[in-house]
Design a protein around this ligand. Structure first.
Ligand SMILES: [Mg+2]
Length: 168
């Protein structure tokens, strides 16, 4: 059986997700992590090409929703700035937040892509919820010590992803 900690796809940045990627994975909507995926950890401003990429997703009618383990205080102003619906304090990888986001998107889980920078929250949770999963590389280096601690254990699953690709 497939390892639930291995993503369907690894990209450097969220804004590399385009129509080709979406159609290859049969994704109709995206659930987006905030910290280190859309912005540097804790930063109020979206990073790099996030805003034009979101406009592109809007043009091709791909709904986006934010799903974050962070607090309402952190997530709400960020989501509002981007004019997105959000679920905060999601307790990823537990399924509750993913289910709530899927209800808001009104799509079955297999048509939803989860994008995030952490294997043990975003990727594990998305896979457990029956969604497609895209791992991106963390923005910035300002993560907490706990995140850095987890990165060490994530390497194994990133290597497994590339091994599976080679074996395909
Ligand atoms: Mg994150």
């Amino acid at each position: 059986m497939r390892n639930r900690k291995v993503p369907d796809l690894i990209l450097e940045r969220v804004w590399q997700i385009n129509e080709t990627v979406l159609s290859q994975l049969n994704i109709k909507a995206l659930i987006l992590d905030v910290d280190n995926t859309l912005s540097v950890h804790g930063a109020p401003i979206p990073a790099g090409e996030v805003v034009p990429w979101m406009q592109k997703m809007n043009e091709i009618k791909v709904p986006l929703i934010i799903l974050s383990n962070n607090t309402q205080k952190r997530v709400q102003p960020f989501a509002k700035r981007l004019n997105l619906e959000f679920v905060h304090f999601a307790i990823k990888p537990l399924p509750g937040g993913f289910k709530r986001a899927a209800r808001l998107l009104k799509l079955p889980p297999e048509q939803i892509g989860v994008v995030g920078d952490q294997i043990f929250t975003d990727i594990l949770g998305g896979n457990l919820a029956g969604m497609k999963t895209i791992l991106v590389m963390p923005l910035g280096e300002s993560g907490t010590r706990f995140i850095k601690f987890k990165r060490y254990f994530e390497k194994k699953y990133i290597n497994l992803y590339y091994k599976n690709k080679r074996d395909e």
